[in-house]
Design a protein around this ligand. Structure first.
Ligand SMILES: [Zn+2]
Length: 494
């Protein structure tokens, strides 16, 4: 795609229009003024080169005025501004390789941001959608979901939610009946494969006849055996049916797998989808006697957190243009409010490192904003800390599971260039080096965190170091754990 997006000098205009289509003008200067007033702490919004650079990108990509309207328009504008700022500060006359790559990065980012608001790249759009496995329309997905919805389980899980299943998360997020975003619960008659260890699979030991029972009353013993076998068969064939339907569900939706729970958003609907086996576990959580003996209360809490995580995704949201921008913020938000029991270790380590590098504490931010915050505001707040020029790197740094499963090649191209989570932290530290006050603050935060870790129960430092590094957290890990080990050693000699 990059070939088509090479820089070509275009006369800069500050007003973008499509007079031939009768579309009203978009006054880029006025748009940038609003940003500068809304976010005075982001100095770059007052930079004189910003508006001309935005105009140039808008023209080059033939971005329609609809880009500047409607839901998420502000968030899109913050992101476009961040790429435009990079564009403005790029030496376009120097053809050296690093400038070419920077240009490609900007082009990839603006394309991903604006592709639904331009007619200029229709062929490319089709190609990337197929690559990303999103060749079917959203409308089709919701129709398939409607067909796979299992009414009884859906009813029971909905009742469970009404009776307070999500109340803890709601109160932490500041959600009330008045500000809760509408969503639909759908229990689908499919299985994610790993969700079969709860209710319905267990025939407990005492339901099988013993040797004594066979001897004392063979008729009763055989009846007991038949009864238990019937239940076991029923649960096995229920499972088999689920597995079969899962295959056709995957085919019909064009997805590559199903999860225990997942959210689908279309224009007018937000669907919280839960696969049947998993729904049984969390909807019938009082049905203890039917559970596998190895399925503990803790397992149930851990399992329930999957549904809580997905519920968070139905309320507000910090990602823009699908999962392309800010997905790290969105997943961190979902995990945080759901109790941090699931994965996304790379995202968690990243925000931990971002706090050490900048002092920006995303978890405190979530706590102090309804639903964890509004996307354009948190983007701008991050820009005010790291600089508008590093915002594109932060917003496009995606969790590993997204890069390997869900994203097309553009996201991977971007990750190659920015170096993902580790690359961003590296550039923030590089920028901070020039200011001794910033360096001192970073050292102070690292020391405080090392003290905290030294008081924890961590003992296998080799494991912790390599574990963190395997998720891209490689800037602070050695410094931190060298210090933790030194603190522990000091204590032991006293
Ligand atoms: Zn999620």
């Amino acid at each position: 795609m990059t070939e088509q997006l090479q820089y070509q000098p275009i006369p800069t205009t500050e007003v973008v229009s499509k007079p031939e289509l009768g579309i009203p003008l978009v006054d880029i200067n006025a748009q940038v003024d609003i940003m500068a007033q809304s976010y005075p702490s982001v100095e770059e919004f007052s930079h004189p080169e910003l508006a001309p650079a935005i105009s140039e990108l808008v023209n080059e990509f033939s971005i329609n005025p609809t880009f500047f309207e409607g839901e998420d328009a502000q968030a899109r504008l913050v992101i476009l501004s961040s790429f435009a700022f990079r564009y403005a500060t790029l030496d376009k006359t120097d053809p050296k390789a690093s400038n070419v790559r920077e240009k490609e990065f900007i082009a990839n980012g603006v394309y991903a941001l604006a592709k639904d608001y331009t007619d200029a790249f229709d062929d490319l759009k089709k190609q990337t959608e197929v690559e990303a496995g999103h060749s079917r329309s959203e409308g089709n997905t919701t129709a398939v979901i409607d067909r796979y919805t299992q009414p009884d389980l859906t009813h029971d899980l909905t009742e469970k939610i009404k009776n307070g299943m999500f109340d803890g998360v709601k109160s932490r997020m500041g959600i009330t009946n008045d500000n809760e975003d509408p969503y639909e619960v759908h229990v689908l008659s499919i299985t994610d494969g790993s969700d079969t260890h709860g209710v319905g699979r267990k025939i407990s030991e005492d339901r099988w006849p013993t040797a004594e029972e066979y001897r004392d009353d063979p008729v009763a013993a055989n009846l007991k055996y038949d009864d238990s076998t019937y239940d076991l068969d029923a649960s096995r064939s229920w499972l088999k049916g689920l597995e079969k339907r899962t295959e056709s569900f995957i085919n019909e939706t064009g997805s590559n797998a199903v999860a225990a729970a997942f959210v689908v958003k279309s224009k007018n609907r937000t669907l919280l989808n839960v696969s049947a086996g998993y729904a049984e576990k969390i909807a019938y959580d009082n049905d203890l006697e039917n559970r596998h003996e190895y399925y503990s209360e803790n397992d149930l809490i851990r399992d329930s957190s999957i549904a809580l995580h997905e519920y968070v995704h139905t309320q507000g949201g910090l990602a823009t243009e699908g999962v392309f921008f800010g997905i790290n913020l969105e997943e961190r938000r979902a995990e945080y409010f759901a109790g941090d029991m699931q994965g996304y270790q790379d995202v968690k380590f990243f925000f931990n490192d971002l706090k050490l590098a900048t002092g920006f504490d995303v978890l405190e931010y979530f706590d102090s904003h309804v639903k964890g915050g509004v996307k354009e505001d948190i983007y701008a707040d991050i820009a005010s800390v790291v600089g508008l020029d590093l915002l594109p790197d932060i917003l496009t740094a995606a969790p590993g599971v997204y890069l390997s499963n869900q994203s097309g090649s553009i996201h991977n191209e971007i990750a190659d260039y920015t170096g993902g989570f580790s690359g961003v932290i590296g550039r923030i530290l590089e920028k901070s080096k020039t200011d001794p006050a910033l360096v001192a603050e970073i050292d102070k935060r690292v020391e405080q965190y090392a003290q905290k870790l030294a008081n924890s129960t961590v003992s296998d430092f080799e494991f912790v170091r390599s574990y963190r590094k395997s998720f891209g957290s490689d800037h602070f890990t050695d410094t931190l754990f060298d210090r933790v080990e030194a603190i522990r050693a000091e204590r032991n000699t006293k």
